[in-house]
Structures are given as C-alpha cells and as structure tokens.
Ligand binder design. Structure first.
Ligand code: ATP
Length: 599
C-alpha cells in the first residue's frame, strides 16, 4: 500500500480538479437517484389519482423531475470534463516527473533494462496510474457520501428498510469488491508484467528481424511471442471472468434488495402506514441507489494492476544515479587540459577492474590517440571523462578542477563526441545534425558536412539534408551514418572532440582523407581519438597504447615504432592488413586470399 500513498502525494497539485470532479459526480449520482425515485412516485400517484378520480398538483413534481433530469445530463457532461481534465493533467505531470528521474540514470543504471521494458514503463505503466483516480479514488469517494445520504433518506421511513438497503449495498460495494480484489491481485500483476515483457520482446524481435531470419530463428522467436501472448490472454481472461462475476453479483444484490423491500413494504401499504405511491418510489430508489456501488468491484480489481504499475515506476525513480550532479553549475573551465591521476574503474563492485593505475595528461589543444586490443579499456576512459560512470579510484581533472566540481551539463557541454555506435534519430539528416547546435546556420551545416566528407553524398540525395535518416540510421550505410555523427560533433564546436573509432566502416584510403581533413580544420581544439585502426596515427601528437586496462606504452608514432614493442608489432600487422584490404577493394586479390595472406 506504500506506493498508493506515494502516488497520492504526486496527485496533490491536482487536488482541486480532482475534488471538483468528485463533487460533480456525487451531485450527478444523487440527481439520477432522485429522478428515478420521483418518477416512480409521480407515475404511481398520477395513476392512483386517476383511478380515485381526484385532482392533484402535478406541476411541482414534474418541475422537480425536469430539474433532476437537467442536473443529471449537465452533471454527466461536467463530470466527464472535470475528471478527464484532472486525469490528463496528472498524466502529463507524471510523464515529466518520471523522465526527470530516468534521465540521470542513463547510461550506467539503465543498461540492465531492455529498451522495450523502459518504453513500457514510460507509456503503459504511467497510463495505468490514471486508473487510480478515475477507476478507484473517484468511485470510492462518491460512493461513501452517497451511501450516507441514502441511509438518511431511508431512516425517515424505517430503520428496517435502512438495514436491508445497507446490507445489500455493503455486500455489493465492499464484500464483492474485496473478493474480486483478492482474486484479481495475482492476474492483475501478471498482466502488467506480461504486457511489459511482451512489448520488450516485440521491440527486440523487430529490431533483430534481420538476424532472426538469417539464422532461421524467426519461428522460435514467434513461438516465444505466442507463448507470452497466450499467458497474457489467460490473465486477461481471468480478470474478465472476475469482472463478469462482480457485475452479476452487484445486479443480484440490487434485485434481492428490491425484492425484500417490496416484501416489507406491501403489508405497510395495506395497513395504510405507507402511502401506496411511496412503494414505487422506494422500489425505484433502491434499484437506482446501486449505481453508487456498481463501479466499486472494478475499482478494487484495478488496484492490483495499478499498484504493480506504480511499483515498476518507483523502482526506476528510487534508483540512485551512478554519478551525482552536485557540482557548481557556474563553474566553467578556462583551460582544457585533462589529467587522469591514478584512475581505476570497476563497472560493478563485484567485477574485476577494467582500468587500473591510469596516469594520463592530455594538454589543451593536443591530438591524442588511444589504441589497444578489443576490451583493453579504451572506451571506458571516455565513460569516465563524460562522467557516465564514476571513477572507482583516483581523480580526473579538466582545467585543474575535478570533474565532480562541474555540473554534469556544464561538464558535458565541453565535449563533442562521436561514440562507437552513434545513434541517428528517425528524422531528417538536418535535424540529426542540429541536435548538436539547434541555432546552426545553413552555411555552418554545409561546412560541417564538408569537413566530415559528407557533402558529395548529400548532394546526390534528391532531398539533400532533408532526407530522412531512417530509424537508427537504417537507410544509410555504416560509413555514412558515422560521417553524419562526425559532422554533428564538429558542428557542436566544443573545446574537446572525442571520437571513438571515427573511421570504422570507412575504407582505409577514404578514412585517411577524412582524418587529414579533420586535422586541417581542428585548430586549437583538443582531440582524443580511440581507434583499432592505425589510420591517421601519423597526425597525432601522442599515442597511448592500452592493454588489459593499463597504459603500457606512449609516445609519437615514430618513437613507438622505433621502440619495437607491442605497438610496433600491432602497427606492422595492421599495415599489412590495410594494404591487403585495399588490394581486395581494388579487385586485385580475392577477399579470402587477402585475409589468408594476412593470417
Ligand atoms: N557498460 C559496461 N558494463 C560492464 N562492463 C563493461 C561495460 N562497458 C565495457 N565493459 C567491460 O570493460 C572492458 C573494457 O571495455 P571497453 O569498451 O572500454 O574496451 P575497448 O578497449 O573500448 O574495446 P573495443 O575496442 O572493443 O571498443 C571490457 O571487458 C568490457 O566487457
């Protein structure tokens, strides 16, 4: 129940709208019950007056009936308007609130979640939370005062009538909902879990469709989706059965109450203690009064689902970000030298360190490459520099200040990054570029594309920069997508440019040309380049060689080659491979031969 109280706390800013919605719903309900009761009384009284041949004032009851009908119609409209206004405002606030908690968790704390699962939490779980007001709070808050009014009214006639009505209203409004809640808790939670799992698997399936088809695993994946879908349908069926049972039970209670009332009232009418027209009035009143409790079984049934969704949302919201954002937002570096001192990194406390004893100084304006085998820890250096992860030991400074002294936004604004797997959004190439600097002019866009050697490609496109890149850049080749990411980073014009494998997916000759153009235009900006390939290393001021999380060598290209160490061997073999691949591309040697030569 704790999530329930926390949710109510979030609803507080909309308490006014919500209370107004409850008030109008209550008035509408009372108007409807009064309308039914008055109509019963009026029709019977008119019929009896006709039979007895006496005249009666029908203006006043007709006016009251009309007033109740107008109140009911207007009330229903107002009720929908107010309750939905409250819900939509609430949903909008909940999404924003959830996003502000989600954002600082990226990427360190979110890497264990599947993309589809997060999507589910943002969309479906938040939507489910609106049930709390519309399906749960509202009906309960309306039912309680309505029952009090009904009891007061019946008390005028007889405590016995009151007891009968109360008994059946409590049965329909509390016992049936309680049973439904107990029986619905498990399928409700299962429904939330399975829907999330189903969405995550569906997203995975669509994204990996190519691989699934190539490896003949599409059918297996389809079976998995079917299995999830069947389990989901089974839990939905159980919930539907419960909902059917509860509706039937409420109807039964209403009819039993009506029947008992009539059984009690007939002798009283015969004895003349109750006027005959009141019999019809009380009968219709009894039936109509069950409208107050009819939504309660669904309310209680939704509680399990709502609490499960709230639990999933709070699980994210309560996660501590991996790095704190407690730095000074006004602190900006006046120089851009970067210093790693005794830095170590473990991705989790029980994992082995992936970086150890890193002492590295990158002078402002220098061009530094980090090379090393796969998994040697190159990209992890960037994760630390951007404060995606906290250091496990040591310190990193920028311009003489520890990174933690900057606000995250202030720190990250000093870097332009081409990540290892750049993400392109499903929008135009222009919008993908403008992400880095929304106010960039057309000339600046064109210049950035030229520097990333993207201009020829863009000119060939009928729609130029306004071509849609496709989801995650799917309509582009790997090399084109990477060049867009490079152009985007160049557009940002930050003092430090970080490029993780900038020439990946680009052939050796074009990669060398790209690196040369980049160098010619970088000016005083610092460049930190991570690379497997040896392309462009001759342009660098310093090369850092990493192995198993440590820096094992550093120097200029000629120094390292002359030293004859690990780098020199790597460099020699890579040059042979590059030459073979270039011959392969030029069609001089079959691909297999080129690779066999190399191995
Ligand atoms: N987010 C992460 N969570 C846990 N472990 C990670 C994470 N990222 C990297 N690692 C681990 O840290 C080690 C170093 O990875 P890193 O990506 O820094 O290497 P790299 O030298 O950049 O490799 P590559 O050249 O293949 O990109 C690897 O063993 C990797 O499995």
């Amino acid at each position: 129940m704790k999530p329930l109280w926390r949710l109510l706390g979030l609803f507080r800013p909309y308490a006014g709208w919500m209370l107004l919605g409850i008030l109008v719903s209550l008035v509408t309900l009372l108007a409807n019950v009064a309308l039914m009761a008055m109509s019963g009384w009026f029709i019977s009284a008119m019929a009896l007056a006709g039979v007895a041949g006496v005249s009666m004032n029908y203006f006043t009851p007709a006016a009251v009936i009309r007033a109740c009908a107008i109140l009911r119609t207007g009330g229903r409209y107002g009720e929908r308007l107010l309750t939905h206004e409250a819900t939509f405002r609430l949903l909008a606030q909940l999404r924003g609130w959830f996003y502000t908690h989600l954002e600082p968790l990226a990427p360190a704390r979110l890497q264990h979640y599947r993309g589809g699962d997060l999507l589910s939490r943002i969309r479906a779980d938040i939507d489910t939370l609106d049930h709390l007001y519309l399906r749960i709070l509202l009906p309960v808050a309306v039912a309680i005062p309505a029952l009090l009014v009904f009891m007061l009214f019946l008390y005028q006639y007889s405590p016995r009538l009151l007891l009968v009505e109360l008994l059946f209203l409590l049965l329909a409004g509390f016992v049936v909902p309680w049973l439904v809640m107990v029986a619905g808790r498990q399928p409700g939670q299962e429904k939330v879990q399975l829907s999330a799992e189903m969405r995550a698997t569906a997203v995975d399936t669509v994204q990996g469709l190519g691989e699934l088809l190539v490896y003949g695993a599409a059918e297996r994946q389809a079976r998995e989706l079917n299995r999830l879908s069947e389990s989901l349908v089974a839990s939905q069926q159980r919930l539907s059965h419960l909902s059917g049972f509860s509706q039937g039970a409420v109807g039964l209670c209403a009819n039993l109450a009506l029947w008992l009332m009539v059984v009690i009232l007939i002798p009283w009418v015969n004895a003349g203690t109750v006027p005959p027209a009141d019999l019809a009035m009380l009968a219709l009143f009894t039936l109509a009064s069950f409208e107050a409790v009819a939504p309660l079984p669904l309310a209680f049934q939704s509680l399990g689902e709502t609490l499960a969704a709230a639990g999933r949302i709070f699980a994210i919201v309560d996660t501590e970000p991996a790095v704190s954002d407690s730095g000074d937002p006004d602190l900006t570096p006046d120089r851009f030298d970067i210093d790693f001192q005794g830095v170590a990194l473990r991705y989790s406390s029980d994992a082995a360190p992936v970086l150890r004893d890193i002492d590295l100084r990158i002078a402002a304006g220098s061009k530094v490459a980090v090379v090393g085998a796969t998994g040697s820890g190159k990209s992890s250096l960037i994760n630390l520099l951007l404060r995606f992860w906290p250091v496990s030991a040591g310190t990193i400074t920028l311009g003489g200040h520890a990174l933690e002294h900057y606000s995250l936004e202030g720190l990250r604004s000093q870097f332009a990054v081409v990540p290892q797997q750049p993400h392109l959004f499903h929008t135009t190439i222009r919008q993908n570029l403008l992400l880095a600097r929304p106010e960039a002019t057309e000339d600046e866009l064109v210049a950035a594309c030229r520097r990333a050697q993207l201009d020829d490609f863009i000119q060939q496109l009928p729609e130029g920069l306004d071509t849609i890149a496709g989801e995650t850049g799917l309509k582009l080749s790997g090399g084109q997508a990477r060049r867009i990411a490079i152009a985007r980073a160049l557009l940002k014009d930050a003092p430090v440019l970080i490029m993780d494998e900038p020439t990946e997916g680009i052939d050796v000759a074009a990669g060398a040309r790209l690196m040369q153009t980049l160098f010619d235009t970088l000016g005083q900006r610092t460049l930190l380049m991570i690379s497997h390939s040896m392309t462009g290393l001759e342009l660098m001021d310093r090369i850092i060689v990493m192995e198993e999380g440590r820096i094992i060598e550093q120097g200029t290209l000629s120094e390292l080659r002359a030293r004859g160490g690990r780098f020199a061997r790597l460099y020699a073999s890579s040059r042979t491979m590059d030459a073979a691949l270039d011959r392969e591309r030029a069609g001089q040697v079959p691909a297999e031969t080129a690779r066999a030569d190399h191995s």
